[in-house]
Design a protein around this ligand. Structure first.
Ligand SMILES: [Zn+2]
Ligand SMILES: [Zn+2]
Ligand SMILES: [Zn+2]
Ligand SMILES: [Zn+2]
Ligand SMILES: [Zn+2]
Length: 304
């Protein structure tokens, strides 16, 4: 004769009806929900950390919630790079932040910004919106770049935060496009030959999230150094690759989630100038060590 079943809930032998669940026998009234304490009468329940829940109670108390609409995430849901969980359907409902890829729900969208300048609440929260905010950071960045071996012979450098239009103007002067920063310089030429370049500073788009602002500024400080050192003849992949490598080193040193995200996006960039240039320059710089690479560039004015 088989042993009489024992209820896992109360520890007493069961003589009448019982149910089996989670590998044990229970008095029906003792198989209870860990959230509300009432019996689980249906066949369906949700297990969480070894305890049973009514589906509804699980959804209300345990299930993760969508970061955007607050509903419990019970079916398939998505997690972005930053660990934000959200309902799958929002992926196509909301635009992505231009700077970090997070979704930007309607309540976070800023009026009057174009879709390529969409900012999420996180990026807006750290954005550099004034020259006062930017100045002390700019000073530190010049020091950091100096520590990388790039010196400016105490050239007074200015930082200008500017809107899209002004930035586009600076970029067109140097034949660049589609960038978040530019160097401000004057080039004097004679018979089509560059005689002298005078750097005045760096222009960066107003309102960038802080980490990106710093990386963009470091990149531009790379261009400034090349001009100051009269290293004029690098192909554009090498020039941009060198400046991207500088930003990459800066982001990597930050050792923050934001810094790692930015460093990874430089590594993954498929652009033939910026991405390919970065990878080629990094290989060369890694082979001889960055400080020696900078020294060689400075003394020979050519790509080591
Ligand atoms: Zn019992
Ligand atoms: Zn319950
Ligand atoms: Zn949602
Ligand atoms: Zn963002
Ligand atoms: Zn550049």
């Amino acid at each position: 004769m088989p042993a009489q079943p024992v209820c896992k809930g109360c520890g007493q032998p069961i003589s009448g009806n019982y149910l089996t669940a989670m590998g044990a026998c229970w008095h029906p009234e003792h198989f209870v929900c860990a959230a509300c304490g009432r019996p689980i009468n249906g066949i369906q329940f949700q297990q969480y950390q070894g305890r049973p829940y009514h589906i509804e109670c699980y959804n209300q108390t345990i299930a993760p919630r969508c970061a955007y609409c607050g509903r419990p995430l019970v079916n398939e849901y998505l997690i972005d790079h930053w660990g934000t969980r959200f309902c799958k359907e929002h992926e196509h409902q909301f635009p992505h932040c231009s700077y970090c890829g997070r979704l930007v729900p309607p309540q976070e969208q800023e009026a009057g910004r174009s879709s390529d300048e969409m900012r999420c609440a996180v990026c807006r929260g750290s954005a550099i919106e004034s020259a006062e905010e930017a100045r002390p950071i700019f000073k530190k960045l010049i020091q950091w770049v100096g520590g990388q071996g790039l010196r400016y012979h105490s050239l007074p450098l200015t930082l200008e935060l500017c809107g899209r239009e002004k930035l586009a103007y600076y970029l067109s002067e140097r034949g660049q496009s589609h960038s978040l920063g530019a160097t401000m310089s004057k080039t004097y030429s004679l018979d089509g030959r560059v005689v002298r370049s005078e750097v005045t500073g760096v222009a960066v788009l107003l309102g960038l999230p802080s980490t990106l602002f710093q990386g963009v500024t470091v990149h531009e400080l790379g261009h400034v150094w090349l001009i100051v050192q009269e290293i004029q003849d690098l192909p554009s992949w090498a020039e941009e690759g060198f400046c991207e490598l500088l930003s990459y080193r800066y982001y990597s040193e930050l050792n923050t989630p934001e810094g790692r995200y930015r460093a990874a996006s430089i590594e993954r960039n498929s652009d033939p100038i910026y991405g390919e240039g970065f990878r080629r320059i990094r290989t060369r710089a890694d082979a001889m060590g960055f400080p020696r690479f900078v020294e060689a560039l400075q003394s020979t004015k050519r790509l080591p």
